[in-house]
Design a protein around this ligand. Structure first.
Ligand code: HEC
Length: 126
């Protein structure tokens, strides 16, 4: 019995360590967008929402509503601090970072880099 308890304890501790390690690793892997690359909300960001988010983030299931035409005003300024992705709730809660529910997927490192770059570049409606 004691052995079993120790086994469970050790496995849950190592699982915990593994998940912290994984989270940090993921964030560290996010590449910086080169300074001369302007990220466009219309051409780079909205397509990510269309593909991965609007099944839930629409007027009926979850907030914020990320459908085309509505998404920008739904997230700026409420969820986005222009120029500061790391402190923006939107960036912190992305699937892959700390999204409130399990979505069954994480965004690709590239998509997260684009969203981060767009916010850091001033979160313009461009
Ligand atoms: C499977 C459904 C689903 C998918 C797919 C999904 N989300 Fe969510 N998301 C939710 C739910 C449910 C919540 C909690 C909403 C609430 O509190 O109203 C949430 C919350 C959030 C929040 C925090 C909102 C708040 O007010 O705290 C953000 C930011 C967010 N999602 C971004 C995204 C982005 C960006 C994508 C696509 C890359 C995405 N989500 C994909 C269901 C989903």
């Amino acid at each position: 019995m004691k052995k079993l308890f120790r086994l469970v304890l050790v496995s849950s501790l190592s699982l915990m360590c593994f998940s912290c390690y994984y989270d940090e690793l993921y964030i560290e892997e996010i590449p910086e967008i080169p300074e001369d690359q302007v990220v466009s909300f219309q051409n780079d960001i909205q397509p990510i929402f269309n593909e991965s988010c609007i099944a839930c983030h629409n007027a009926s299931v979850a907030n914020p509503d990320l459908r085309e035409g509505n998404s920008y005003s739904a997230i700026v300024p409420e969820y986005v601090i222009a120029g500061d992705a790391e402190n923006s709730e939107f960036y912190q809660k992305l699937p892959g970072n700390d999204h409130p529910i399990e979505t069954g997927f994480t965004l690709s490192v590239n998509d997260i880099a684009l969203i981060k770059g767009w916010i850091d570049q001033g979160a313009e409606n461009n």
